[in-house]
Design a protein around this ligand. Sequence first.
Ligand SMILES: *[C@@H]1O[C@H](CO)[C@@H](O)[C@H](O)[C@H]1NC(C)=O
Ligand SMILES: *[C@@H]1O[C@H](CO)[C@@H](O)[C@H](O)[C@H]1NC(C)=O
Ligand SMILES: *[C@@H]1O[C@H](CO)[C@@H](O)[C@H](O)[C@H]1NC(C)=O
Ligand SMILES: *[C@@H]1O[C@H](CO)[C@@H](O)[C@H](O)[C@H]1NC(C)=O
Ligand SMILES: *[C@@H]1O[C@H](CO)[C@@H](O)[C@H](O)[C@H]1NC(C)=O
Ligand SMILES: *[C@@H]1O[C@H](CO)[C@@H](O)[C@H](O)[C@H]1NC(C)=O
Length: 799
Amino acid sequence: MSPTMGNNLSSVVSALIMICMSWALLAEGVDFPNPVMLTRPKSYIISMSRDAMPAVFASSHGWFSSVLHSAKVQAMGGLSAYAQTEDEASQGPLHLYSNVLHGFSATLTEEQVRVMETMPGVNGLIPDSKKELHTTHTPDFLGLNASKGLWPMSKFGEDVIIAVLDTGIWPESSSFLDHNVGTVPRRWKGACEINAGFNNTFCNRKLIGARSFSKGYEAMTGPINETLEPRSPRDTDGHGTHTASTAAGHYVYKASLLGYAEGTARGMAPRARIAAYKVCWAQGCFDSDILAAFDQAVADGVDVISLSVGGGVVPYYLDSIAIGAFGAMKKGIFVACSAGNSGPGPVTVANVAPWITTVGASTLDRDFPANVVLDNGVAIKGVSLYSGKGLGTTAYPLIYAQDAGFKGNASDTYSSSLCLPGSLDPVLVKGKIVLCDRGNNPRVAKGGVVQAAGGVGMILANTATDGEGLIADSHVLPATAVGAKEGDLIKAHIKGSKAPTARVNFQGTQFNTRATPVVASFSSRGPNSETPEILKPDLLGPGVNILAAWTGDMGPTGLPLDNRRVSFNIISGTSMSCPHVSGLGALVKDAHPTWSPAAIKSALMTTASIFDSTDDVMLDEATGNISSPFDFGAGHVRPDRALDPGLVYDIGAQDYVNFLCGLNYTDKIVQLISHDMSTCPTSPPKPQDLNYPTFSVMFDQSVSKILSTTFTRTVTNVGPAKSVYTSTVVAPRGVTISVKPATLSFNAVNEKKTFTVHVATSPAGLVPGESETVFGFLTWSDKIRSVQSPIAITRAEAY
Ligand SMILES: *[C@@H]1O[C@H](CO)[C@@H](O)[C@H](O)[C@H]1NC(C)=O
Ligand SMILES: *[C@@H]1O[C@H](CO)[C@@H](O)[C@H](O)[C@H]1NC(C)=O
Ligand SMILES: *[C@@H]1O[C@H](CO)[C@@H](O)[C@H](O)[C@H]1NC(C)=O
Ligand SMILES: *[C@@H]1O[C@H](CO)[C@@H](O)[C@H](O)[C@H]1NC(C)=O
Ligand SMILES: *[C@@H]1O[C@H](CO)[C@@H](O)[C@H](O)[C@H]1NC(C)=O
Ligand SMILES: *[C@@H]1O[C@H](CO)[C@@H](O)[C@H](O)[C@H]1NC(C)=O
């Protein structure tokens, strides 16, 4: 979920943990006759071997149901008769999978899992787990132009179908109107679901399909409360409507959030088709439903899949998003996922499979300043999307929430410092501006707490955890957000004065207030914890304060107390940067219909920029220091250049299979992911030799000699037939990098050339105490195009 809404979900997670705990407590000390009764059935994805189906079955569905039934009956055999009923054993599969995985999902007890694992034909079981949800001006910021470059060359994406797997869609939004887009591409086989007040009258040539997937969710959390959330593709949250319109929303003139960021709203691929697949519900998104949506989207004939959802990093064979994306990639579908909002700490990036395009977030050149002016005249930079009546030029008394708790329970100053519900004493708060610390409860909820206690305004201060990264919110009372250092400054001022006062100066929407882009504080960072040889994230797209369409069922803050309804909302997160790249991938695909997903990704990555508007390397919002490829990957997208990258690093399905073999996965595990009968070569390539557009190596520095490695890569000429590319290398101090051959001459389009990159250092080269990773760059140039790749060189002991 976006950081804007994030804390709702974490409270749900803790609620779920509470539920599990009370289960455990209940179980303790109670002498149940049968231990199996204590384990709540959970949902599992069961991968089945394709060639193991006995001939007696006419369809795999029949086979799956039979396997499931026998596993349940066998599991019952060892138990007392009253433990389970025949009725339970007859419950069939939840989802059937055929396009990205061969198998089904079902609810199983622990005992049934043990039996299922031994059933003939069962390849493996993946426990269902919960994932979380991790515009307007952005086309101009990215340099998209209606009269030249990628937009006209791709017909604004008209031939491309983008699947958005998210919280569903608000079909009434003007971003999804049928504005004379041509006929729907013939390959489309999808549908608009008829269910719970939804039917095909909600779809048109723009929003061409909408489906919902909830069987895994309901198996794990209980039935959906249809009063709050119909069992249909309708978006009651807002997130899915926002991401879909960012990828491919149609032009909407004079769009704004309550006056902020006013302008023409449109997605990256304004004429592309949208197919919405609702996989996330009020309490999260489950693997088995996500995999079902991938399976359906592949069958429906989509070209791009956008998924702003993620969880912890697990091996690829347990990762439903990686498995679904592999099946999609095999069908030529470009898959982009959000990197996660767990920054700025290292090793936080999610969705790291190399066949996924992993997108981090950066800032725009647009800001919403709302500065605090203290009684001593000191002005402090803040940001806000508050849109009601401001505080004018009047100064109000200022109090730190920590000092505004109830006297009787003063020990709980921690709660009051965070402005948790019920923690502020109205006697102390009335008529004042209250400074609250960020963290724990949603940022916008703190405003509600201050308002309820009679406060007139709020200053929301980051703590050290969030550093200096600011997120503007549409607060329910006059409020502004300030960085950690500024927050400390204000606190010191409050402490040192008898009657501190402040005013807040709301300045609306402003452009070019600072160098941009900057890596957003919250954007998840590398290195990649699953396969460090693959550098992640891949690239950055805009993800801070993004204006896009919104649901009519939820206010802009997402709080139950927020009764405002808006057509557009401004929110932040890698959830917002991902659909930018999905939409751009759609444009590149429309301009180059024969390109593979890896070629599209390579084009977007090798043309990305590592520089900001002042021609310095992009800064990291969290520290104010220079950022690195572990923060931005290959850099910030430059769409028009991606149209004509010159060379691409192409990768086919077999290369990814060999990569998995190089991770020492068994044939059986590789087949679970590849969804075919692939077997591993006797000596598979090293993971670092996957033909990726970036380079990463880990050296074991305990070995006291020259540390060196050689990468092999193959580039395909997608530019002019006769071209000559020359390599340039930027090597970090203490490291030598050499490229062989140093020049590549091409005579034909689609001609391939192989080269090696040799990296060497001595143990003294990577100085302990300095950064654990140093970075270099390789650039191929034909004087017109430049094809750039970062090279990460890491001391292995750092992990
Ligand atoms: C788009 O390109 C045209 C032609 O080069 C140029 O005149 C125009 O200023 C560009 N528009 C924007 C918004 O950059
Ligand atoms: C579709 O749903 C709308 C709104 O609920 C309803 O008015 C209409 O009759 C339905 N149409 C069909 C064909 O079911
Ligand atoms: C569903 O939500 C409504 C509205 O919040 C609530 O009144 C009702 O009790 C809920 N139903 C169930 C079964 O939880
Ligand atoms: C603190 O005490 C007040 C007054 O007795 C009470 O209303 C409030 O709920 C208490 N707050 C907390 C967080 O315990
Ligand atoms: C930022 O860079 C300065 C100067 O190199 C360094 O002293 C400081 O520790 C860095 N800050 C962080 C948070 O990395
Ligand atoms: C795979 O196994 C080989 C041989 O045991 C080993 O050298 C190599 O490091 C392993 N690779 C990975 C990625 O674990």
